[in-house]
Design a protein around this ligand. Sequence first.
Ligand code: AMP
Length: 856
Amino acid sequence: MDEKNVPIRTYQVCNVLEPNQNNWLRTDWIPRSGAQRVYVEVKFTLRDCNSLPGVTGTCKETFNLYYHESNEDRESYIKESSFIKVDTVAADESFTQVDVGDRIMKLNTEVRDVKVTTRKGFYLAFQDVGACIALVSVRVFYKTCPLTIRNLATFPDTVTGADTSSLVEVRGSCVNQSEEREEPKMYCGADGEWLVPIGGCLCNPGYQEKSGTCKACSVGFYKAKSSDPGCSKCPPHSHSVRDGATVCDCHSGFFRADSDPPSMACTQPPSAPQQLISVVNETSVVLEWPETGLKTTRVVVSELRAHTHYTFIVHAHNGVSQASGAGAAQSVSVTLTTNQAAPSPVSFIQATDVTRHSLSLAWQQPDRPNGVILEYEVKFYEKDQRERSYRIMRTFSRSVDVTGLNPLTVYVFHVRARTAAGYGEFSAPFEFSTNSDPFPLIGEGVNSAFLLLSISGVGILLLISAAVFIISRRRSKYSKTKQDSEEEKHLNPGVKIYVDPFTYEDPDQAIHEFAKEIDVSSIHIERVIGMGEFGEVCSGRLRVQGKREIYVAIKSLKAGYSDKQRRDFLSEASIMGQFDHPNIIRLEGVVTRCKPLMIITEYMENGSLDAFLRKHDGQFTVIQLVGMLRGIASGMKYLSDMSYVHRDLAARNILVNSNLVCKVSDFGLSRVLEDDPEAAYTTRIPIRWTAPEAIAYRKFTTASDVWSYGIVMWEVVSYGERPYWDMNNQDVIKAMEEGYRLPAPMDCPVVLHQLMLDCWERERAERPTFSQILNMLDKLIRNPGTLRRTGGDRPTATMLESGVGSEVCVSVVPQVCMPEWSMCVWLQSIGLERYRDTLAAAGYTSLDSLLALTHQ
Ligand code: AMP
């Protein structure tokens, strides 16, 4: 009978009085049907050994579950040894009790999972070793991520992967009437939930999204491009007559030009411009017509011929004039005469006769006389006199005889013309010299020797002034640099700033400035504890005279190194040696005077944080985890205060000592990235830990360290799980770009996940500072109650998308803590509940009383 007194069939065994029981029960062959991990749900009842008199030593309260993979569906005999053990199954505190002669049955349900990948099917077996047990039912199942549509792509029903952490990558196919925007992809998690959708599809032109499908645009609507957000109403003067229109046709008499987008209203060609106004200004005409709603309605036509008849025709065109065939019909014209204007300058003067006292000059009419030339004006002066005193002569012809000049003197001449509109500009200067000869000579314009001299003179002058300019620029730059550095000094008085050892020309100078040289005889190496980039890492002891012997870690540089390797190896010590903080690994010193070169640091008994957490999965209280995170944040705040950017903050680079104190280490990467411009795009960058702006354009800042810190938080709370599991780097980058963030790890307090999400803000200015993170963690430690709310056990796809978990209140207060729960909870949260009774015995039963506790 079951709990409700309904008869059931069970397999039973109860040989609790006889020792050495070994009873087996086996299932038929179970085909695995493509499953890789199957779940076995067993329902059973178990008698409490205490309720059976005289069975001590022989009665057991467990049974064993086994499996055997096989292709054979009818194996009649299978050896015991071919079965592999899945687990020992115990009752979940629900024993069948004997209560005043009546049996009270308690049905237990236990689920175990097992990887079955090698054969077509398997057998299950139950081994009894002396329990009083009744097997009521066995249900065997596997999990799938159900068929779903995401971002308009269909993802089929997918069997989950073989391991509890494996993700199955699934490609989706676009739904009907849609096309790929970017290859749609999603991961099927071990729990049958879809994770991290990437890419997706867009509805074809003429279709829009409606509850995961693409529906045709209805009549009167259209969608031109697949990337348009949805169907839009037809623009004015257009219509669509069928469903699924990609463009709306123009009403008759309306048109759309080839270059008009489908979203533009259909239009008509314009009427002719009306009331054309023309204004003549010498040889320019301004035409104006009233606004027509089209582009500009004013045009200036310059450099027309003066005193000339012109006809101007203004055509009105719009985008549809061509389509409508209206052509040039819509136009208006005006005819007018330009005015006279001043003539353009005379371009060339020639000396026709030269004597001791006279020069005869002739010139061409200006290129644009702009009317009737009324006269010419000739201005001239002795060259030495400049223009201080000049003479003017006027003439109607295009030549003049200038007399009364001094012999052997250079004269400068300018000529200008005049029309009814006035004088034009003077011509350029022309120089002619009188001679000593009574006979005339032909002039040649500018004296060529003089020209040569002036050009070379100007050249030399230019050279000198260029030199003076460059020197003065140099001077000012130098003084600015000096000033800058002085200003910098004033900016941060008293704050110690990290000095990049690579700024030292001589690396040995840097190392001896920041690190102490240790005598190799005071080091005692004991064993190898790890492998670093440059060689083995050992543990050992260091005894410095006058000091206590301490445990140390010793990194050495393996023989056969290059200069660069030596420099890189020692740079870590030069960096580390500048720091002094309880959460930064402490440098004891270096050995550089003999080989091998060594870096000696404090010894961290528990090694790197990621491996340490994996080894102790689930063993710490939330407060202990937050305590570790607080230490890391404190170390990082110190580094950021010193303007040091770590660039490789990850749990693997945090070391843990025997007191669970976490210290930041590994100061090697910051340089490697800068040295090698390619590195950022190759394997050196720790993609999963790095902020998007640092991946995309190497913008490494304290804010990118904060991003990495968020990842470290996730690693810590998930006990060393790999961020983004086995997704590849490209998918991680893509997922980040699309706004996805890691979900809260199992049992993660909501406040901690929110802090992680804050560290992963896309805008780096929005991320918290290390100082804010530290304050936040301190607050949480002071109020452990705030850490009680977790986001439920398992992340769901929706959580991933929104980045926030659905909030489920989970009480972590066990019954035993009542009624003085606050004291008890506090002790439990810091992992010291074992002292509850000792403290209570000494009279400390409340947190208030505990405040009075002194060190003594
Ligand atoms: P690293 O080259 O700094 O990454 O060191 C390689 C490995 O050596 C680390 O992952 C640690 O397991 C170990 N290790 C390095 N430094 C220490 C230390 N100070 N104390 C204990 N183990 C260390």
